[in-house]
Write a protein that binds this ligand. Structure first.
Ligand SMILES: [Zn+2]
Length: 63
């Protein structure tokens, strides 16, 4: 996949996923991440796992 302003490499997508857990992403970053996740099975899997972990942590925090 060619690298460009819209097509981000997997390492950037992974960075954005973890950054998005700490702080809200900018509109551009969010759009690029969404686009990447829509096309990349591996990264969308990573994002789901991160999401699951985040919810699990929140659940522990509630209890
Ligand atoms: Zn990817």
């Amino acid at each position: 996949m060619k690298e460009g302003w819209l097509m981000i490499p997997c390492r950037t997508a992974n960075r954005l996923v973890s950054e998005g857990m700490d702080r809200p992403l900018g509109l551009g970053d969010r759009a690029r991440l969404r686009l990447h996740l829509a096309m990349c099975v591996m990264c969308s899997r990573v994002e789901r796992q991160m999401d699951f972990l985040r919810q699990a942590m929140r659940h522990i925090g509630d209890g």
